[in-house]
Write a protein that binds this ligand. Structure first.
Ligand SMILES: NC(=O)c1ccc[n+]([C@@H]2O[C@H](COP(=O)([O-])OP(=O)(O)OC[C@H]3O[C@@H](n4cnc5c(N)ncnc54)[C@H](O)[C@@H]3O)[C@@H](O)[C@H]2O)c1
Ligand SMILES: [Zn+2]
Ligand SMILES: [Zn+2]
Length: 360
């Protein structure tokens, strides 16, 4: 088969690799029909994730059909259309038993396209298939589903749920990439009074407005002032950091009101300053987190019910074998306007539809 193979910083190619097969009795092999590229894949190519070994197939998000299942995979069977989650879960360790799959101690966690071969290929081996694959309702398209492999659960769990967004809140989101925009979409499920978005890119701010942000700000022009003006000087109830640089984290800690929450989502490569000399008196809660994907079943049901605008995030589509071109478009988002790039598409195939209430 073919896959997109990492060959060290700055080097990767769509090339012939061995077909994956079932190795452990709990594995399944999935034929990849739809796949996407994550900002984290760009971090890997940039050399920021040194544990990814040269020779690894990249990618941790996909939709496809199970073609082979080990004897101990009980809930997924060949022929089934599934979502491949970015996080796999052993289901047995202390963290998995608490639903904190991202911290799995039993060989799961974020391993696809990181520690083992990933989804940017024609086929992928998925360990712990029962807990790492989600059978798809017929009412959810491949394109919608692939966004629920990583960016939507990340935004919802690490941004909105950790940030404790409540009805009537003022929520400020710093960073309007796919993750920040998915924070806007999922924060709105809680009926906040307003969502304010700060970014450097006018196109991204426009996308935020389309998703329902009430106010947007150029991050260079003191969004803290806008937040203060809109909240009677108090600050935001919830500030979500969705960039991953020290300035935006520190900006969030300045924009939050006393008693509010700062939810950090961004992956940071450099230390940020925690201004305890100002924060100690403000009753502020700061959270960090890696996505668990424990919310994926809920998000799938909400997508089937038409409550999540996942498809709106896709700006470009390519056939699977044009992976290199798709990376190029995604990596140059400022020029191409790319938000989410999706490869593959629904090929003709026999699918056993899973009955769902919303599938009429
Ligand atoms: N915690 C997790 O489990 C998890 C999972 C997935 C992704 N992430 C991280 O979430 C972050 C966002 O992901 P993404 O895919 O949306 O990234 P992205 O790079 O596509 O988007 C980042 C956005 O931030 C904006 N930006 C850059 N510098 C800024 C600044 N100084 N002020 C305001 N805006 C600025 C950019 O214009 C861009 O729109 C990344 O750091 C990513 O690695 C975390
Ligand atoms: Zn990702
Ligand atoms: Zn586990």
């Amino acid at each position: 088969m073919k896959g997109y193979v990492f060959h060290g910083p700055g080097q990767a190619a769509w090339e012939e690799v061995p077909d994956p097969g079932v190795r452990e009795p709990t594995d399944a092999v999935v034929r990849v029909d739809t796949v996407t590229i994550c900002g984290t894949d760009l971090h890997i190519l940039g050399g920021d994730v040194p544990e990814v070994r040269p020779g690894t197939v990249l990618g941790h998000e996909a939709v496809g059909e199970v073609v082979e299942a080990g004897p101990e995979a009980r809930t997924v069977r060949p022929g089934e259309r599934v979502l491949v989650s970015c996080v796999t879960a052993c289901g047995r360790c202390r963290y998995c038993r608490e639903g904190v799959y991202g911290q799995c101690l039993g060989g799961g966690g974020w391993i696809l396209g990181h520690l083992i071969d990933g989804t940017q290929a024609q086929y992928v081996r998925v360990p712990f298939a029962d807990l790492s694959l989600h059978p798809l309702p017929a009412a959810v398209t491949d394109t919608e589903a692939v966004l629920l492999a990583d960016i939507f659960p990340t935004a919802y769990e690490v941004g909105v749920l950790n940030g404790r967004v409540r009805p009537g809140d003022t929520v400020v989101v710093v960073g309007a990439g796919p993750v920040g925009l998915a924070v806007v979409a999922t924060a709105r499920l809680f009926a906040p009074e307003r969502v304010i978005v700060a970014d450097l890119s006018p196109a991204r701010l426009e996308a935020a407005r389309k998703l329902g942000a009430e106010a947007v700000a150029d991050a260079r022009e003191d969004p803290g002032q806008l937040v203060a003006d809109l909240t009677g000087g108090l600050g935001a109830d919830v500030a979500v950091e969705a960039v991953g640089v020290p300035e935006t984290f520190e900006m969030c800690t300045r924009m939050v009101r006393p008693g509010g929450h700062v939810a950090n989502v961004g992956v940071h490569g450099r230390p940020a300053t925690l201004h305890l000399e100002e924060l100690w008196i403000k009753d502020v809660t700061i959270t960090t987190g890696l996505v668990d994907t424990s919310s994926t079943p809920t998000l799938l049901r909400m997508t089937a019910a038409g409550r999540l605008p996942a498809a709106q995030f896709v700006t470009h589509t390519f056939p699977l074998d044009r992976m290199e071109e798709a990376y190029d478009v995604f990596a140059h988002a400022a020029e191409t306007g790319a938000l989410k790039v999706v490869l593959g598409g629904p090929p003709p195939r026999e699918v056993v539809p899973v009955p769902t209430a919303a599938a009429d």
